[in-house]
Design a binder for this molecule. Sequence first.
Ligand code: IMP
Ligand code: MG
Length: 167
Amino acid sequence: MIIEIQEILFDEQTIAKKIDELAAQISKDYAGKDLVLVGILKGAAIFMADLMRRISIPVAIDFVCASSYGMATVPAREIRITKDIGADIKGRHVLLVDMIIDTGETLACLFRKTAEKGPASLKAVVLLDKKPRRTVDVPLAYRGFEIPDKFVVGYGVDCAERYRNLP
Ligand code: IMP
Ligand code: MG
């Protein structure tokens, strides 16, 4: 699907600055704790890579791959885990790293599944929060930007697997 890019919401510098702030706060909050960042693929790949490099405390990383059955502009309804967390996270402090939260269904599902593995704590950071679209209540410990109900692409986010590479 080819879509027309209508506007740039956040440029590279703006994103980098926000990630600096998030990373500083996370580094402070988790100092002295056994932190595992769990990136939610594929959308969070770029965010995760940038965020982890700005965090100043020791961190372990892992990934979970979640995808919705729908394609393109239809939001997730049924969530499929195609790659589960590989690390043993029992008793460790887990921070789920997601690129964009829309209805909240995906993150809510991952909260439930991850909680079953017995982490010491479980929180989430998202870069983009499409708050007006939320249908389930999901606690967000850290949020980059709140955005209106617009379909966004780039910085890891796709439309039918395209545009993830836009900076
Ligand atoms: P949720 O489960 O409704 O919160 O949807 C989360 C997922 O839907 C995200 O991880 C994206 O994969 C996808 N999504 C939601 N909004 C957008 C968008 O504006 N552009 C591209 N994908 C989106
Ligand atoms: Mg998608």
